[in-house]
Design a protein around this ligand. Structure first.
Ligand code: 0RQ
Length: 503
């Protein structure tokens, strides 16, 4: 008997991943758990991919529509993409095989704000949800579900799906029980009411998911780790970026514009934000809070060091070492970690009310501070906007962090014009590279350009930007935000043709 399944009705539904996958039909819309490589189902998608391959070998079509919280792991997006079993995918992906399918035009992908998917599914925009496949860490005596290492959109999948397949993963810490706060008060307009959360520590829901037992068709047992991608240790650039940012935040505290414990911080995923978190461990601030999407290694370090007293998020995204550290001592984080549904962790109402300091990565920024977070050279998706838009627009302070070049210097992250825009200049207040920091608040476009070129551009691209900007000031049709239209995207075209933005 599996001690994680404390309800006999659910125990009677235990079956193999293959039998569970057989309940998902060609063309089905499937809501799966998973957010930034944690809490995704690990057995059923693999069995589903094998089934798709078998069907394809017989010359029959087999593809499904996959909705998740955010990115998953090789045992979900990876296997399904390799088997060409994903017809449609939303809202976020980091898997290289699926990215390749999307960029070859073989899989449809909708890149959207992570807070908006659940309400859209409730509103019927994505049609009926045929099946939910949700990883949990256990089932209580009275048939409630103990969430796993991410909550994501699972509440919505469980509520909306016609049929439910559960994966009970014993690898997840049993001490996750009680760390979650599942809010059941969301509604569609015109029935919305204020969400009663005024501090990151507030608990406004319940620790378990409710589930309609009659919809559960299979329970699959697993004992498998989350993706747990390692972070590269902070390099010199990441340390410089963290240094500039912390100096700036100290300055804001001295000027009385931020309290000594700052405001709740949000940090995107990736090596640079992780390095910033590590840097914040030794920064001279009072213990902080985080109101964010993802708890990564750097935030665990901050909790351990006492630099952070509480983190509210929707998911973990840990390296193998940090996941082991957490799993072996999860009880120590009780009261310091709260996981919520992503429509709450990323809710514009709450991000604005709390005054979050948003810190996200970018692909490129133009000289006016319009930010492209998603489309390389304007046409190939990297990951997706994720939660960066939920946070950047609604934050108290919107900060973007990036090395000044990519691909070994072949690409400048500061360009005359962004080839795609996710965050308009109005949503971008501060940009930091290893070269320095540009505080764009209160600056008109021409002053923003001067600050970005001087403080943030790489020295090898700075003269090119200065030359372009000087000619734009002379020749542009309008002089509010001067541009030379035929030239503005020529750096991107040069990269596509020659492999470098350098002339
Ligand atoms: O590609 O691995 O093939 O070399 O992008 O870049 O420098 O490692 O930085 O991991 O912080 O990611 C914007 C993608 C940055 C991320 C982005 C290439 C680069 C590399 C990764 P390779 P780095 P990061 C909360 C918030 C949107 C979602 C978001 C992101 C790869 O921050 O997805 O913020 N943001 N969510 O080479 C071509 C450029 C490039 C470039 C970087 N200018 N041109 N390639 N790269 N800049 C989390 C969630 O929402 C779930």
């Amino acid at each position: 008997l599996n001690p994680r399944i404390r309800h006999s009705g659910f125990a009677a539904l235990v079956t193999s991943a293959e039998d569970a996958a057989a309940m998902i039909g060609n063309g089905a819309t499937v809501g799966m758990s998973g957010f930034t490589g944690s809490g995704y189902p690990k057995a059923v998608p693999t069995a589903l991919a094998a089934r798709a391959e078998a069907e394809h070998a017989e010359g029959r079509p087999f593809r499904v529509r996959v909705l998740t919280g955010a990115s998953t792991g090789p045992e979900l997006d990876g296997v399904l993409a390799r088997a060409d079993a994903i017809e449609f995918r939303t809202p976020f992906n980091t898997d290289p095989f699926l990215r390749d399918r999307i960029n070859k035009g073989e899989t449809d992908y909708v890149d959207m704000h992570l807070s908006q998917l659940a309400p859209m599914v409730w509103g019927g925009i994505y049609g009926d949800l045929d099946v939910a496949v949700v990883e949990i860490s256990g089932i209580t005596e009275n048939g409630q579900l103990i969430p796993s290492a991410s909550i994501g959109n699972n509440k919505t999948w469980l509520d909306r799906a016609d049929r439910i397949i559960l994966e009970v993963n014993s690898w997840q810490s049993a001490e996750l029980e009680g760390m979650h706060d599942v809010y059941y008060g969301t509604r569609l307009p015109p029935n919305r009411v204020p969400i009663p959360l005024i501090r990151p520590d507030d608990r406004i829901g319940q620790p378990y998911f409710d589930v309609d037992f009659s919809k559960v068709v299979a329970v699959v047992e697993t004992d498998a780790p989350d993706r747990n991608a390692p972070f590269t240790p902070p390099d010199e650039n990441a340390r410089l970026i963290a240094g500039h940012l912390i100096e700036f935040l100290e300055h804001e505290v001295k000027r009385g514009r931020l309290p000594r414990s700052l405001l709740p911080i949000q940090s995107g995923v990736g090596n640079v934000p992780n390095a910033v978190m590590t840097g914040l461990c030794d920064a001279p601030f009072d213990p902080m809070t985080a109101y964010t999407e993802v708890v990564q290694d750097g935030m665990l370090d901050m909790l351990d060091a006492g630099a952070l007293r509480l983190a509210s998020a929707t998911a973990f995204s840990l390296s193998t070492d940090a996941a082991e550290r957490f799993n072996s001592n999860a009880g120590a984080y009780r009261g310091k970690l709260i996981l919520r549904p992503q429509e709450i962790s990323n809710h514009p109402e709450l991000v604005r009310r709390l005054g979050v300091i948003a810190m996200n990565g970018l692909i490129e920024a133009d000289i006016y501070g319009n930010v492209n977070s998603t489309h390389v050279m304007g046409s190939r998706i990297q990951n997706g906007i994720g939660g960066s838009g939920d946070f950047a627009r609604n934050s108290f302070m919107s900060i973007f962090l990036t090395p000044s070049t990519a691909k070994g210097g072949k690409i400048s992250a500061i360009v005359p014009m962004a080839a795609h825009v996710d965050h308009i200049s109005q949503d971008v207040q501060v940009i930091v590279t290893e070269q320095g920091l540009a505080d764009l608040r209160g600056l008109a476009p021409k002053k923003r350009a001067a600050a970005l070129i001087q403080n943030c551009a790489h020295p090898s691209y700075r003269p090119l930007l200065e030359d372009y900007f000087a000619r734009a000031m002379r020749d542009s049709w309008g002089l509010h935000a001067p541009r030379i239209l035929p030239e503005a995207l020529s750096w991107h075209q040069r990269y596509i043709e020659t492999g470098s933005m350098m002339p």
